[in-house]
Design a protein around this ligand. Structure first.
Ligand code: FMN
Length: 412
């Protein structure tokens, strides 16, 4: 008997996705079966729905400090190499805006340089000048109008700066071709075809800390509600973390405590201007995937310190520090890092990397391996992935009213 009921419930759950006459009829039966006293037919459907189809993890909201994300899908920051002098333009507006329309809860703007020499390429976004704020404000406002949260990734590329966009062949952009002199913890180039950086002195380090602070102030003025500090993928802050790129003899090099000092200084400086109700994330590369480099054990120690400093979440990526890295790539290949950091330090994590479907994302969350799912390439392929994933998980999420007639259960 129980089996037959369970089967019937399962088959008929489909009918509950919309309030059709069959779902009203089924709700009637279940209400009688479970002795529910509910007069209103629609309410009866919703009651039964909530019992048999509890909210998926992927579409459950999460509150982080003073903001609430409507679901767990994050647009991972993605350089567009489409800015002029650091200025955002209509490409960035449409690119980011359409992903907000697509239903992601948090849209993190690409690596945005805190100083002109911190750009990866001449076409990177920047926020080193007050004049950059205007267009970014328009973008952040639109994202908010879609009930998504606008976030921005603040970055400095260090020794990986002054390089060409992917479709221009990457590698060094010479000064005479619009490039610039680069800086790093130590004078060690990323690769033969990359610029040789100048080792930063104390004054230069202090200037970078101040640049992150000013960038955070401008981010706030631009309307962003979340900052992610980019300390991953072999860029400046990661270069300080890893012994492979940091061979300094002063208080910023050598011991673990010294190598993490710049990142902690940056966090401190941002916190002096960033409101306590708005979240602060840090993206790290949990491993250099190279002998003698930064690894998970150091990431775990760092996570404890970041948590103590008031960082809300670690966005866990990996690699990018050295060209000879050996990465074992596969579906959700970076999840074990996020999972261990979350479990062993108690800080919230986002996982990223080859997460491409709703069931995979849901399983990660149900297993408690991460708190947020950051996605990049799948959201380039399909900005509406969140709306579609909701359908697959039998969630009824709000679509933009302009698109409602395309919602699978709508029949208008
Ligand atoms: C076009 C493109 C640009 C990217 N730019 C950034 C960036 O600005 N900052 C960053 O932290 N990661 C950047 N990434 C890495 C992604 O955020 C993400 O970590 C990576 O692509 C793995 O996720 P996926 O498998 O979902 O694509 C970029 C990736 C792509 C494809």
């Amino acid at each position: 008997m129980v089996f037959i009921i369970a089967q019937t419930v399962e088959i008929s759950l489909q009918a509950f996705c919309g309030v059709s006459s069959s779902s009203l009829y089924l709700a009637d039966i279940y209400c009688k079966l479970f002795s529910f006293e509910c007069e209103e037919p629609i309410l009866r459907v919703l009651c039964i729905q909530s019992i048999f189809a509890p909210m998926s993890k992927l579409f459950s909201p999460i509150k982080i400090k003073g903001i609430t994300l409507k679901n767990r899908i994050v647009v991972s920051p993605m350089c567009q190499y489409s800015a002029v002098d650091g200025f955002a333009n209509d490409w960035h507006f449409v690119h980011l805006g359409s992903r907000a329309v697509g239903g992601a809860s948090l849209i993190i703007v690409e690596a945005t340089a805190v100083a002109p020499e911190g750009r990866i390429s001449p076409e990177d976004l920047g926020i080193w000048d007050d004049a950059h704020v205007g267009k970014l404000h328009q973008i952040a406002s639109f994202i908010k109008s879609q009930q998504s949260v606008p976030g921005i990734q603040l970055a400095h590329a260090g020794r990986k700066a002054s390089t060409a966009a992917p479709w221009k062949g990457r590698g060094k952009v010479a000064v005479e071709e619009g490039g610039w002199d680069t800086v790093a913890p130590s004078a060690i180039a990323f690769a033969d075809d990359y610029p040789m950086p100048v080792e930063l002195n104390k004054e230069g380090i202090n200037a970078i800390v101040a640049d992150f602070k000013s960038a955070a102030e401008r981010s706030l003025r631009a309307g962003f509600e979340l900052i992610e500090v980019h300390a991953a993928h072999g860029y400046l802050l990661h270069q300080f973390l890893s012994p492979l790129s940091n061979q300094r003899q002063d208080e910023y090099g050598g011991s673990f405590e010294n190598r993490i000092r710049l990142l902690l200084d940056v966090i401190e400086s941002i916190k002096t201007v960033w409101p306590p109700e708005f979240p602060l994330f840090v993206r790290i590369s949990a491993s250099d995937w190279a002998d003698g480099g930064w690894d998970l054990e150091q990431s775990l120690k760092l996570a404890v310190m970041l948590k103590a400093k008031g960082v809300d979440l670690i966005d866990v990526s990996s690699g990018g520090l050295v060209p000879y890295q050996k990465i074992a790539v596969g579906p959700a290949y970076q999840l074990p890092f996020a999972s261990r950091i979350k479990r062993e330090t108690g800080i919230m994590t986002a996982t990223v990397g080859l997460i491409t479907n709703a069931a995979q994302a849901e399983t990660i969350l149900v297993n408690g391996d991460a708190d947020l799912i950051a996605m990049a390439r799948e959201l380039l392929r399909n900005p509406y992935f969140p709306l579609q994933a909701a359908g697959e998980l039998h969630e009824s999420v709000e679509w933009p009213v302009q698109y409602e007639r395309a919602k699978p259960t709508e029949r208008k």
